[in-house]
Design a protein around this ligand. Sequence first.
Ligand code: SF4
Length: 251
Amino acid sequence: MKALMIIKEVYAKTILSKSKVMDYTVNPYIGCEHGCTYCYARFMKRFTGHKEKWGTFVDLKINAPKLLQREIKKKPVGRIWISGTCDPYQPLESKYELTKKCLEILSRNDWPITIQTKSPLVRRDSEILRKFSDVEIGFSIATANDQLRKLFEPDAPSIGERFETVEELHAMGFRVFVMIAPLLPEAEYLVKHLRKNVDYVLIDKMNYHHADWVYRKYGLNHAMTQNFLDEMKGELAKALNREKIPHKFLY
Ligand code: SF4
């Protein structure tokens, strides 16, 4: 059973933060209800004083839109990653709409953005997203096996829901990519679902070791080996080339 969520309203000092991945990142939330076992963003606990288990707390940065409105006037235009340390479309977003309010501001100023999510809720904002001249929407999908997904991403949307959303957004004309990361067993079966529905695919291995216990508990130790990564690279490259899907391995 899912633990009770601890939800708190907070006032952030800044919202448009420098990022090593893109020029900036905007994180309207601290914490993430999806609670993925491997999530690297749990390092945020150190900076925010949270002692709770990752996935059981969320701070709502209720002044995020106001801050953003002010900060985009002062900083040079650059690509914004939405988001780097939380899912901008985690369930609380349907009620609080912090991501939506930030997108409305960014669309009026037409800053380039990259959305990264696991949630179909992003469809709600398609009309706002259409107003950007440079927007791409990325979905993280680590395996085609939903049982396996539940072990690593217990509270995230199902793989089926993600496939449907990828297809729908791509059909609407958005530039859509899929991030196969962290690479889990049965990721090779993703390719047939991605055919004609994505502009490109990125693939990366598990770079952090927070989820090693999940591999051990469910007898998946082989999926942590270099052998597994090499074999998957070969299989995925073959399948992606066959379907003519542009792709890049990040490992
Ligand atoms: S959805 Fe992303 S940010 Fe949220 S817990 Fe999972 S990996 Fe972390």
